[in-house]
Design a protein around this ligand. Structure first.
Ligand code: DX5
Ligand code: ZN
Length: 216
């Protein structure tokens, strides 16, 4: 099966967001990845809901929303109002993760759980059957353009095993430092979805880069 590709808007040209969203609309991308940061959970701030309202209006691709914020459950109504397809929350940011996952599903979105590079896959054991996707961070979240952490490949293999023995249908998404080289290794290890920011938006021909990632 071809991987799903979710280009990350974080690396787009913020002075011309509409132009870059239109490029994504015309491309082979499957989703549009939206990184929301709060300057607390991660040491950076990206864009907030007033900007994302317009992003959501312009995007024809389903929104894959990644919240890098504390207490993400507070923003379920705002993410829902964007018309998001998937809402990713960090395990490290949710004391009552099971409840948050149920609340996201009750709101009519697909719940996904995200783990940082230092969080072991085994901690997903008791939530894996409740989520539609696991997002493995392959860099420390907060910034685009970082180097892929190679240990993620081992985590993809462990997660694939956990998914098959638990009978879960969760997809595996990988985010951070994904390019044509690392993307191939990630897919070979058993992932389903690639997030790519810098690799797409810094490419001479972003649409062609999305096509090549899709062909991995
Ligand atoms: C990082 C974000 C990523 C980021 C990936 O905190 O979660 O989605 O945009 O950017 P690249 O692909 O450039 O590593
Ligand atoms: Zn992300």
């Amino acid at each position: 099966m071809k991987p799903l590709i979710s280009p990350s808007l974080l690396s787009a040209d913020f002075a011309h967001l509409a132009k870059d969203i239109e490029m994504i609309n015309q491309s082979d991308a499957d989703w549009l990845h939206i990184d929301i940061m709060d300057g607390v959970f991660v040491p950076n701030i990206s864009f907030g809901f007033p900007v994302l309202k317009y992003v959501a209006e312009l995007s024809q691709k389903p929104l894959d929303v990644h919240l890098m914020i504390v207490e993400p459950q507070k923003f379920i109504p705002e993410v829902k109002a964007l018309g998001a397809h998937i809402m990713n929350v960090h395990l490290e940011a949710c004391t009552h993760l099971h409840r948050v996952i149920q609340q996201i599903r009750e709101a009519g979105m697909k719940p996904a759980v995200t783990i940082n590079p230092s969080t072991p896959v085994v901690l997903l054991q008791d939530i894996i059957c409740d989520v539609d996707m696991v997002l493995l961070m392959s860099v420390n979240p907060g910034f685009g353009g970082q180097k892929f952490i190679r240990h993620t490949l081992e985590k993809v293999r462990q997660l694939r095993e956990l998914i098959s023995y638990s009978g879960s249908h969760a997809l595996i998404e990988v985010d951070g430092g994904v390019n044509l080289e690392t993307g191939k290794e990630i897919i070979d290890a058993g992932a389903d979805v690639l997030v790519a920011g810098n690799a797409v938006f810094a490419a001479p021909d972003p649409m062609e880069m999305i096509r090549q990632l899709k062909a991995l």
